[in-house]
Design a protein around this ligand. Structure first.
Ligand code: MG
Length: 380
């Protein structure tokens, strides 16, 4: 695509009139005539992700994650989205299906009015962020396909700047932890869950078989700030990069004190959900973990990453257990972040999409338009 055409395509996203001629390759591009009568059509189907291992965090264990897969069609072109509902977010198949049944996407005849459509979805009901993300992701996939461009290009991001993704190791026995470290061989960074009382044993076990950098996620598991600071120093001596949500999000003063004194950056995960939350945690944490399922999708996640960077905070992009759909959507903005933890699709055994890949541990974007995925199992 030539520069002038690209500028025109990008302008469409700000709501300009579609004049045609900016699609490339085999992607179908609706004509002005067919567009005039076309409407958005939303479909959705519940699905259950099977985890490869029992996944244990400080908050509990599970072997499955409920998701809802969405399809948004416009004039024969289809975009895909996903809601993933880990227990701690409070959403379920039932709540997501109820939300989506109330959304009237057919009222929209211009899929490029992303700000208007996302505002409508956001105002439809409070909360329900995973449900909202499932529509937002499908809308971005659709708009990108109609433009014939992947989102990292529409956002003007350099695909060479994607980070390494970490590979998550849950809390487990030394034997299983060593086995998981072996499975993580292709990845350059490990993300280790702590917070159930065997913190040093987990790290020491890993260090008997690997010297890779480690990101630590405590999932609010520590309750004492002196212990948290002692651990931060010890972890710093063991090639740990950062400390994610070390204490409950309600322990604001203790976390601010830890951040001031810790040799490691302290990252907010459970403490931050939406765009508006960033202002409230300034000075309390060193950075934020953005997840599409927490904030409502790609539109909000992109704005959060930009705001946090502007405020001098570290930015991480994370995920739930998700198919390659939501993972590939998040990966589109990964050139903007300092760290990525986009391994949710690698932890499941029944993915239904093919999307972005990990090559030598690095997130590798492709040039397919939208969010860069293809169905590997027909779901609609
Ligand atoms: Mg976390």
């Amino acid at each position: 695509m030539k520069k002038r055409e690209f500028v025109k395509c990008t302008a469409l996203l700000a709501g300009a009139v579609v004049t045609g001629g900016c699609a490339e390759g085999s992607m179908k591009r609706p004509s002005q005539k067919t567009r005039r009568g076309a409407k958005l059509k939303l479909r959705y189907v519940p699905y259950e992700l099977q985890l490869r291992h029992v996944f244990t965090l400080a908050s509990g264990s599970r072997t499955t994650t409920p998701v809802v897969l969405t399809e948004l069609e416009y004039d024969g072109v289809k975009g895909y989205g996903e809601a993933s509902m880990p227990p701690y977010l409070g959403e379920s198949h039932e709540t997501v299906l109820r939300f989506l049944s109330q959304v009237k996407m057919e009222q929209f005849s211009d899929p490029f009015l992303i700000e208007d459509i996302v505002s409508y979805i956001d105002d439809a009901a409070p909360g329900n962020y995973a449900a909202k993300a499932s529509v937002d992701i499908a809308l971005h996939d659709l708009a990108g396909k109609l433009l014939g461009q992947p989102w990292f290009r529409i956002w003007g991001l350099d695909p060479a700047k994607t980070p390494y993704t970490s590979f998550t190791i849950g809390i487990d026995t030394p034997e299983v932890v060593r086995q998981k470290v072996g499975e993580a061989e292709p990845y350059k960074v490990l993300k280790v869950k702590l917070g159930l009382g065997n913190d040093k044993e987990m790290i020491e076990t890993i260090r008997t078989v690997s010297d890779k950098p480690i990101c630590v996620d405590v999932n609010q598991g520590w309750k004492d700030r002196s212990y948290a600071l002692d651990m931060a120093h010890w972890l710093n001596e063991n090639n740990v990069i950062f400390l994610e949500q070390p204490m409950p999000k309600t322990m604001t003063d203790d976390i601010a004190w830890l951040t001031q004194n810790s040799p490691l950056p302290v990252i907010a995960d459970e403490a931050i959900q939406t765009f508006a939350d960033i202002l409230s945690i300034r000075g309390i944490y060193s950075g934020i973990n953005i997840k599409l399922m927490k904030c409502g999708g790609m539109n909000a996640a992109y704005k959060m990453a930009q705001l946090a960077r502007t405020m001098g905070m570290k930015v991480m992009i994370g995920c739930m257990t998700e198919t390659s759909c939501a993972i590939s959507a998040a990966a589109q903005l990964s050139p903007l972040v300092h760290w990525a933890d986009l391994d949710g699709n690698l932890l499941i055994s029944n993915d239904v999409y093919k999307g972005v890949t990990v090559v030598d541990g690095k997130i590798t974007l492709n040039e397919s338009p939208g969010i860069g995925i293809k169905e590997s199992v027909k779901m609609f």
